[in-house]
Design a protein around this ligand. Structure first.
Ligand code: KIV
Length: 305
Protein backbone atom coordinates (compact mmCIF):
# COMPACT_ATOMS: atom_id res chain seq x y z
CA UNK A 1 0.00 0.00 0.00
CA UNK A 2 1.42 3.40 -0.94
CA UNK A 3 1.34 6.42 1.35
CA UNK A 4 0.58 9.64 -0.50
CA UNK A 5 1.81 13.02 0.71
CA UNK A 6 1.30 16.53 -0.70
CA UNK A 7 -1.70 17.77 -2.70
CA UNK A 8 -4.17 15.06 -3.59
CA UNK A 9 -4.32 14.58 -7.36
CA UNK A 10 -7.50 13.97 -9.33
CA UNK A 11 -8.20 10.25 -9.68
CA UNK A 12 -8.14 9.18 -13.32
CA UNK A 13 -8.84 5.78 -14.85
CA UNK A 14 -5.05 5.29 -14.94
CA UNK A 15 -4.77 6.05 -11.22
CA UNK A 16 -7.45 3.42 -10.52
CA UNK A 17 -5.41 0.88 -12.45
CA UNK A 18 -2.30 1.88 -10.54
CA UNK A 19 -4.20 1.43 -7.29
CA UNK A 20 -5.10 -2.14 -8.25
CA UNK A 21 -1.48 -2.87 -9.15
CA UNK A 22 -0.15 -1.48 -5.88
CA UNK A 23 -2.88 -3.03 -3.74
CA UNK A 24 -4.45 0.29 -2.66
CA UNK A 25 -8.15 -0.35 -2.09
CA UNK A 26 -10.47 1.85 -4.17
CA UNK A 27 -13.27 3.59 -2.26
CA UNK A 28 -16.35 4.45 -4.30
CA UNK A 29 -19.67 5.78 -3.06
CA UNK A 30 -22.80 7.07 -4.77
CA UNK A 31 -23.97 10.69 -4.66
CA UNK A 32 -26.90 12.39 -6.32
CA UNK A 33 -26.65 16.08 -5.36
CA UNK A 34 -24.11 18.86 -4.84
CA UNK A 35 -24.24 18.94 -1.03
CA UNK A 36 -23.53 15.23 -0.61
CA UNK A 37 -20.90 15.37 -3.38
CA UNK A 38 -19.05 18.06 -1.41
CA UNK A 39 -19.24 15.96 1.77
CA UNK A 40 -18.07 12.68 0.20
CA UNK A 41 -15.21 14.54 -1.48
CA UNK A 42 -14.21 15.90 1.95
CA UNK A 43 -14.28 12.30 3.23
CA UNK A 44 -11.53 11.54 0.68
CA UNK A 45 -13.27 8.88 -1.39
CA UNK A 46 -11.51 7.92 -4.62
CA UNK A 47 -14.55 7.73 -6.89
CA UNK A 48 -18.14 8.94 -6.91
CA UNK A 49 -20.88 7.13 -8.79
CA UNK A 50 -24.04 8.92 -9.83
CA UNK A 51 -25.96 5.65 -9.74
CA UNK A 52 -29.36 5.03 -11.22
CA UNK A 53 -30.11 3.80 -7.70
CA UNK A 54 -31.27 7.41 -7.39
CA UNK A 55 -34.55 6.14 -8.82
CA UNK A 56 -35.11 4.20 -5.61
CA UNK A 57 -33.38 6.25 -2.92
CA UNK A 58 -34.04 9.74 -4.29
CA UNK A 59 -37.22 9.44 -6.37
CA UNK A 60 -38.94 6.75 -4.27
CA UNK A 61 -39.46 4.38 -7.22
CA UNK A 62 -39.71 0.60 -6.77
CA UNK A 63 -36.83 -0.06 -9.17
CA UNK A 64 -34.20 1.76 -11.22
CA UNK A 65 -36.14 1.17 -14.44
CA UNK A 66 -38.04 4.49 -14.67
CA UNK A 67 -34.88 6.63 -14.44
CA UNK A 68 -34.31 8.64 -17.63
CA UNK A 69 -31.14 9.86 -19.30
CA UNK A 70 -32.21 13.48 -18.72
CA UNK A 71 -32.54 12.76 -14.99
CA UNK A 72 -29.10 11.13 -14.90
CA UNK A 73 -27.65 14.18 -16.68
CA UNK A 74 -29.37 16.53 -14.21
CA UNK A 75 -28.07 14.70 -11.12
CA UNK A 76 -24.60 14.18 -12.60
CA UNK A 77 -24.28 17.91 -13.26
CA UNK A 78 -25.26 18.72 -9.65
CA UNK A 79 -22.67 16.25 -8.35
CA UNK A 80 -20.03 17.67 -10.67
CA UNK A 81 -20.72 21.16 -9.29
CA UNK A 82 -20.51 19.86 -5.70
CA UNK A 83 -17.14 18.23 -6.37
CA UNK A 84 -15.91 21.42 -8.03
CA UNK A 85 -16.66 23.25 -4.75
CA UNK A 86 -14.54 20.74 -2.82
CA UNK A 87 -11.18 19.25 -3.83
CA UNK A 88 -12.49 17.83 -7.10
CA UNK A 89 -10.19 14.86 -6.54
CA UNK A 90 -12.64 11.93 -6.93
CA UNK A 91 -13.14 10.20 -10.24
CA UNK A 92 -16.76 10.77 -11.38
CA UNK A 93 -18.80 8.03 -13.07
CA UNK A 94 -22.43 8.18 -14.19
CA UNK A 95 -24.83 5.30 -14.84
CA UNK A 96 -26.35 4.88 -18.28
CA UNK A 97 -29.99 4.30 -17.37
CA UNK A 98 -32.30 1.55 -18.58
CA UNK A 99 -33.29 2.07 -22.21
CA UNK A 100 -30.42 4.40 -23.10
CA UNK A 101 -27.92 1.83 -24.39
CA UNK A 102 -29.65 -1.53 -24.95
CA UNK A 103 -31.35 -0.89 -28.31
CA UNK A 104 -28.33 -0.01 -30.43
CA UNK A 105 -24.68 0.93 -30.22
CA UNK A 106 -25.45 4.25 -31.95
CA UNK A 107 -27.94 5.20 -29.25
CA UNK A 108 -25.53 4.05 -26.57
CA UNK A 109 -22.72 6.24 -27.93
CA UNK A 110 -25.04 9.27 -28.08
CA UNK A 111 -26.29 8.67 -24.52
CA UNK A 112 -22.74 8.26 -23.20
CA UNK A 113 -21.61 11.44 -24.92
CA UNK A 114 -24.54 13.43 -23.47
CA UNK A 115 -23.78 12.16 -19.97
CA UNK A 116 -20.17 13.30 -20.36
CA UNK A 117 -20.84 16.60 -22.16
CA UNK A 118 -23.93 17.74 -20.22
CA UNK A 119 -23.58 15.83 -16.95
CA UNK A 120 -19.83 16.37 -16.53
CA UNK A 121 -18.98 12.72 -15.73
CA UNK A 122 -15.68 11.35 -16.96
CA UNK A 123 -16.87 7.78 -17.49
CA UNK A 124 -20.12 5.86 -17.82
CA UNK A 125 -21.20 2.61 -16.22
CA UNK A 126 -23.48 0.12 -17.90
CA UNK A 127 -24.94 -3.20 -16.80
CA UNK A 128 -24.39 -6.42 -18.73
CA UNK A 129 -21.81 -8.98 -19.79
CA UNK A 130 -20.67 -10.52 -23.09
CA UNK A 131 -23.84 -9.34 -24.87
CA UNK A 132 -22.63 -5.75 -24.53
CA UNK A 133 -19.10 -5.97 -25.91
CA UNK A 134 -20.03 -4.25 -29.18
CA UNK A 135 -21.77 -1.42 -27.37
CA UNK A 136 -18.81 -1.01 -25.00
CA UNK A 137 -16.30 -1.03 -27.87
CA UNK A 138 -18.23 1.71 -29.67
CA UNK A 139 -18.50 3.93 -26.58
CA UNK A 140 -14.81 3.50 -25.77
CA UNK A 141 -13.91 4.22 -29.41
CA UNK A 142 -15.86 7.47 -29.07
CA UNK A 143 -13.51 8.47 -26.25
CA UNK A 144 -15.67 7.67 -23.23
CA UNK A 145 -14.29 5.26 -20.61
CA UNK A 146 -16.72 2.50 -19.64
CA UNK A 147 -17.10 0.80 -16.25
CA UNK A 148 -18.82 -2.59 -16.55
CA UNK A 149 -21.30 -4.02 -14.06
CA UNK A 150 -22.08 -7.73 -13.73
CA UNK A 151 -23.63 -10.09 -11.18
CA UNK A 152 -26.83 -8.64 -9.79
CA UNK A 153 -27.80 -6.07 -12.41
CA UNK A 154 -30.85 -4.16 -11.11
CA UNK A 155 -31.94 -3.07 -14.61
CA UNK A 156 -32.61 -6.76 -15.35
CA UNK A 157 -34.77 -7.22 -12.25
CA UNK A 158 -37.60 -8.86 -14.19
CA UNK A 159 -35.25 -11.27 -15.97
CA UNK A 160 -33.49 -12.19 -12.70
CA UNK A 161 -36.81 -12.56 -10.87
CA UNK A 162 -35.71 -10.49 -7.87
CA UNK A 163 -32.71 -8.93 -6.17
CA UNK A 164 -30.91 -12.21 -5.55
CA UNK A 165 -27.27 -13.29 -5.30
CA UNK A 166 -25.90 -14.30 -8.71
CA UNK A 167 -23.33 -16.93 -9.79
CA UNK A 168 -23.98 -19.40 -7.00
CA UNK A 169 -23.61 -22.55 -9.13
CA UNK A 170 -20.58 -23.48 -11.22
CA UNK A 171 -22.26 -22.90 -14.59
CA UNK A 172 -23.45 -19.39 -13.69
CA UNK A 173 -20.15 -18.58 -11.98
CA UNK A 174 -18.29 -19.69 -15.13
CA UNK A 175 -20.48 -17.41 -17.24
CA UNK A 176 -19.78 -14.45 -14.96
CA UNK A 177 -16.03 -15.07 -15.22
CA UNK A 178 -16.41 -15.19 -19.01
CA UNK A 179 -18.42 -11.96 -18.91
CA UNK A 180 -15.79 -10.22 -16.78
CA UNK A 181 -13.03 -11.18 -19.21
CA UNK A 182 -15.13 -10.11 -22.18
CA UNK A 183 -15.70 -6.70 -20.59
CA UNK A 184 -11.98 -6.22 -20.07
CA UNK A 185 -11.25 -7.29 -23.65
CA UNK A 186 -13.91 -4.86 -24.94
CA UNK A 187 -12.10 -1.97 -23.25
CA UNK A 188 -13.76 -1.50 -19.83
CA UNK A 189 -11.39 0.21 -17.39
CA UNK A 190 -13.08 -1.30 -14.29
CA UNK A 191 -15.99 -3.55 -13.44
CA UNK A 192 -18.53 -3.55 -10.64
CA UNK A 193 -19.27 -7.00 -9.19
CA UNK A 194 -22.62 -6.90 -7.43
CA UNK A 195 -23.91 -9.61 -5.07
CA UNK A 196 -21.82 -12.59 -6.09
CA UNK A 197 -20.07 -15.14 -3.83
CA UNK A 198 -16.79 -14.08 -2.24
CA UNK A 199 -14.97 -17.02 -3.87
CA UNK A 200 -16.07 -16.04 -7.37
CA UNK A 201 -15.21 -12.35 -6.82
CA UNK A 202 -11.75 -13.38 -5.68
CA UNK A 203 -11.14 -15.44 -8.84
CA UNK A 204 -12.45 -12.72 -11.15
CA UNK A 205 -10.34 -10.07 -9.38
CA UNK A 206 -7.26 -12.26 -9.71
CA UNK A 207 -7.82 -12.91 -13.41
CA UNK A 208 -8.48 -9.34 -14.52
CA UNK A 209 -5.91 -6.61 -15.13
CA UNK A 210 -8.60 -3.97 -14.53
CA UNK A 211 -9.91 -3.14 -11.05
CA UNK A 212 -12.98 -4.87 -9.68
CA UNK A 213 -15.25 -2.83 -7.42
CA UNK A 214 -17.50 -4.93 -5.25
CA UNK A 215 -20.87 -4.45 -3.62
CA UNK A 216 -22.01 -7.56 -1.80
CA UNK A 217 -19.03 -9.38 -3.36
CA UNK A 218 -16.73 -9.77 -0.37
CA UNK A 219 -13.36 -8.35 0.62
CA UNK A 220 -11.14 -9.54 -2.24
CA UNK A 221 -12.28 -6.99 -4.82
CA UNK A 222 -9.89 -4.14 -5.64
CA UNK A 223 -12.39 -1.66 -4.26
CA UNK A 224 -15.82 -1.31 -2.73
CA UNK A 225 -18.89 0.74 -3.54
CA UNK A 226 -21.93 1.42 -1.38
CA UNK A 227 -25.06 3.45 -1.93
CA UNK A 228 -24.60 6.58 0.17
CA UNK A 229 -28.03 6.52 1.78
CA UNK A 230 -27.44 2.90 2.86
CA UNK A 231 -24.08 3.50 4.53
CA UNK A 232 -25.44 6.62 6.23
CA UNK A 233 -28.36 4.67 7.68
CA UNK A 234 -30.95 7.02 6.17
CA UNK A 235 -33.49 4.21 5.76
CA UNK A 236 -33.52 2.00 8.85
CA UNK A 237 -35.97 -0.40 7.18
CA UNK A 238 -33.47 -1.32 4.40
CA UNK A 239 -31.08 -3.90 5.83
CA UNK A 240 -29.65 -6.23 3.19
CA UNK A 241 -26.75 -8.40 4.35
CA UNK A 242 -24.11 -6.58 2.30
CA UNK A 243 -24.91 -3.13 3.70
CA UNK A 244 -23.11 -1.91 6.78
CA UNK A 245 -24.50 1.25 8.34
CA UNK A 246 -21.52 3.48 9.15
CA UNK A 247 -23.75 6.12 10.71
CA UNK A 248 -27.29 6.65 11.97
CA UNK A 249 -27.87 9.81 9.98
CA UNK A 250 -31.55 9.01 9.45
CA UNK A 251 -32.10 9.16 13.21
CA UNK A 252 -29.97 12.32 13.44
CA UNK A 253 -32.15 13.97 10.75
CA UNK A 254 -35.36 12.95 12.52
CA UNK A 255 -34.10 14.23 15.87
CA UNK A 256 -32.91 17.56 14.46
CA UNK A 257 -36.17 18.24 12.62
CA UNK A 258 -38.19 17.23 15.71
CA UNK A 259 -36.12 19.64 17.84
CA UNK A 260 -36.78 22.43 15.33
CA UNK A 261 -40.51 21.66 15.30
CA UNK A 262 -40.60 21.64 19.09
CA UNK A 263 -38.97 25.06 19.35
CA UNK A 264 -41.25 26.60 16.72
CA UNK A 265 -44.33 25.27 18.57
CA UNK A 266 -42.96 26.56 21.88
CA UNK A 267 -42.09 29.91 20.27
CA UNK A 268 -38.50 29.62 21.49
CA UNK A 269 -37.17 29.71 17.92
CA UNK A 270 -36.23 32.12 16.51
CA UNK A 271 -34.72 33.74 19.57
CA UNK A 272 -32.85 37.03 19.67
CA UNK A 273 -29.58 35.43 18.55
CA UNK A 274 -31.25 34.32 15.30
CA UNK A 275 -33.15 37.57 14.58
CA UNK A 276 -32.27 40.92 13.02
CA UNK A 277 -32.73 44.38 14.59
CA UNK A 278 -32.67 47.92 13.24
CA UNK A 279 -32.62 51.08 15.31
CA UNK A 280 -33.25 53.41 12.36
CA UNK A 281 -36.18 51.96 10.44
CA UNK A 282 -39.53 53.78 10.87
CA UNK A 283 -42.64 52.63 8.99
CA UNK A 284 -45.60 54.64 7.77
CA UNK A 285 -48.75 52.52 8.16
CA UNK A 286 -50.04 51.36 4.75
CA UNK A 287 -53.65 52.36 3.93
CA UNK A 288 -56.03 49.41 3.60
CA UNK A 289 -58.33 48.96 0.54
CA UNK A 290 -61.37 50.36 2.40
CA UNK A 291 -59.41 53.34 3.66
CA UNK A 292 -58.29 54.49 0.19
CA UNK A 293 -60.77 57.41 -0.09
CA UNK A 294 -60.35 58.44 3.51
CA UNK A 295 -57.76 60.85 4.80
CA UNK A 296 -54.49 59.01 5.33
CA UNK A 297 -53.81 58.39 9.00
CA UNK A 298 -50.34 59.72 8.46
CA UNK A 299 -47.80 59.79 11.20
CA UNK A 300 -44.72 57.75 11.83
CA UNK A 301 -44.68 54.65 13.98
CA UNK A 302 -42.93 55.49 17.14
CA UNK A 303 -41.06 52.30 17.85
CA UNK A 304 -38.18 51.01 15.74
CA UNK A 305 -38.83 47.66 14.13
O1 KIV B 1 -26.92 2.48 -9.17
C1 KIV B 1 -26.05 2.24 -8.31
O2 KIV B 1 -25.96 2.89 -7.25
C2 KIV B 1 -25.12 1.16 -8.59
C3 KIV B 1 -24.26 0.68 -7.46
C4 KIV B 1 -25.06 -0.08 -6.49
C5 KIV B 1 -23.10 -0.08 -7.95
O3 KIV B 1 -25.08 0.66 -9.67
Amino acid sequence: MSTQTGPRKHVTIHELRRMKESGDKIVMVTAYDATMARLVDAAEVDAVLVGDSLGMVFQGQDSTLPVTLDQMIYHSATVRRGLARASGRPHLVGDLPFGSYQASADEAVKAAMRLVAEGGVEAVKLEGGSDYVDVIRRIVRAGVPVMGHIGLTPQSIHKMGGYVVQGKDSEKAQQLLKDARALEAAGCYAVVLECIPVELARIITGQLGIPTIGIGAGPHCDGQVLVLTDLLGLDASFTPRFVKRFGEVGEAVRAAVAAYAGEVKAATFPDDAHSFHSSSVRLVPVAQEDDRDEEPHGGVMGAPV
